[in-house]
Design a protein around this ligand. Structure first.
Ligand code: NDP
Length: 448
């Protein structure tokens, strides 16, 4: 059957079974485009309906999260955990607290997570969870009461050998602390059930930095394939949260100049570059004061553009690090026509299918999120190892392991994604590279 027809038939079934879950359809379609031709060449996966099984979660948990706000009023949110695939290890993936969270978004994230975790080479299955709770504008006490209620239900479903959640949008060190405290209280055990923990209570050095650092290590590896490096490059970053902050830090350490970052209200453009002092301010502004990025522009006399994303700013390298579908086809055309030749994704699925088409058509170095942002979960895997061993590795040791994992992920993408002309299609490389290990484990374990 022709490639297009294969994908069409497969997607018709996925769409019929998962109605209205548009982000999930989008994530599956991108993978199906690479994997279905590969499955045709390897019929053992076809007979065992491996991709059909991988697109159906092993388990979906949905629950009510009641909590009381500071005014004494009862609030009710939705809680979710998608246990997507445990073929190669316990479910592993973050929790997202954001008003847009719904089943389709979490299923897309959980599906991507399965392939991403496989790429890290570590024994981790895939999962994702969260809530439509919005931490923005809430007091610390409100966030704590919400987290305690959320964990009161979640605790019965997770465990260090079953399912190990971490952070994602809206879930940082503060939230992981409240969640861990409640888990410990309910179970009466101190165990590595969450990653992203504080360093004094079971966390790993470099975990906060890992996704952003990894995203930059991946860009550096892509640049090496054309004998180039980040030194002297002009970079744009979107977002100003956990991933963005450490992408800015590492890119700057590599000699690049980062000129933008953003939040959901707009972006700042600083032609002089975001140096260490300015980045320290962003960390304080976002992690402690919990303010808006427009305040950066006032403080450092930079430009602030309300309501827009930074992709119109001329750059060599772009690091999307905010959210899904934040780079559309038009943005991609603008980036490429302005000379951008490297895109390394920190966010999950930040580029729309139209944007990806533009990047591949122009043969730029395009590192999709499931490869380029895998450093976060890889270091979560290292946190789990340290918890099991009951010891802590040094900063240098964890960073070296992270760096080597990113080099290995890049090599795996090249192995599966390089065409006859020498161009590396990292989308295809990441999808097939991630798929094979999980698929083989599923074949070995029978029809489960
Ligand atoms: P944070 O909550 O720390 O930061 C998110 C940033 O993105 C904030 O600046 C936020 O702005 C902005 N943002 C969020 N939603 C939107 C939106 N709808 N439109 C515009 N801007 C938005 O999250 P992280 O940095 O942890 O996560 C960022 C991305 O990286 C996500 O896609 C996440 O899935 C992905 N990721 C994260 C990993 C991690 O280890 N944390 C691991 C792998 C991937 P505002 O403050 O206004 O909300």
């Amino acid at each position: 059957m022709a490639h297009d027809q294969l994908v069409k038939n497969f997607m018709a079934d996925v769409i019929a079974k998962n109605q209205g879950e548009v982000e999930f359809h989008q994530a599956v379609q991108e993978v199906a485009e690479s994997i279905l031709p590969f499955i045709e060449e390897n019929p053992k996966y076809k007979v065992a309906k491996v991709l059909e099984r991988m697109t159906e979660p092993e388990r979906v948990i949905l629950f009510r999260v009641p909590w009381v706000d500071d005014k004494g009023e009862l609030q009710i949110n939705k809680g979710y955990r998608i246990e997507m695939n445990s073929a190669i290890g316990p479910y592993k993936g973050g929790l997202r607290f954001h008003p847009t969270v719904n089943l389709g978004i979490l299923k897309f994230l959980a599906f991507e997570q399965v392939l991403k975790n496989s790429l890290t080479t570590l024994p981790m299955g895939g999962g994702k969870g969260g809530s439509n709770f919005d931490p923005k504008g809430k007091s610390d006490n409100e966030v704590m009461r919400f987290c305690q209620s959320f964990m009161t239900e979640l605790a019965r479903h997770i465990g260090p050998d079953t399912d190990v959640p971490a952070g994602d949008i809206g879930v940082g060190g503060r939230e992981i602390g409240f969640l861990f405290g409640q888990y410990k209280r309910l179970k009466n055990e101190f165990t590595g059930v969450l990653t992203g923990k504080g360093i004094e209570w079971g966390g790993s050095l470099i975990r906060p930095e890992a996704t952003g650092y990894g995203q930059v290590y991946f860009a550096q590896e892509m640049l090496k394939t054309i004998n180039d490096s980040l030194k002297g490059k002009i970079c744009t970053v979107s977002g100003s949260g956990n991933v963005a902050q450490y992408a800015i830090e590492k890119a700057t350490q590599f000699g690049a100049k980062v000129v933008t970052c953003s939040d959901s209200n707009g972006y700042i453009y600083d032609q002089y570059g975001i140096d260490k002092e300015k980045l320290d301010y962003i960390k304080w502004l976002k992690n402690e004061k919990r303010g808006r990025i427009s305040e950066y522009a006032e403080k450092f006399k930079a430009e602030y553009v309300e309501g827009q994303r930074p992709w119109g700013v001329k750059c060599d390298v772009a690091f999307p690090a905010a959210t899904q579908n934040e780079v559309n086809g038009e943005d991609a055309k603008t980036l490429v026509s302005n000379g951008c030749f490297v895109v390394s994704e920190g966010a999950n699925m930040p580029s729309t299918p139209e944007a990806i088409e533009v990047f591949l058509k122009h043969k730029i170095l395009y590192g999709p999120g499931k490869a380029a942002n895998a450093g976060g979960v890889a270091t979560s895997g290292l946190e789990m190892s340290q918890n099991s061993l009951r010891l802590s590795w040094t900063r240098e040791e964890v960073d070296t392991r992270l760096h080597n994992i990113m080099i290995d992920i890049h090599a795996n993408c090249v192995k599966w994604g390089k065409d006859e002309s020498g161009y590396v299609d990292y989308v295809k490389g990441a999808n097939i590279g991630g798929f094979v290990k999980v698929a083989d484990a599923m074949l070995a374990q029978g029809y489960v």
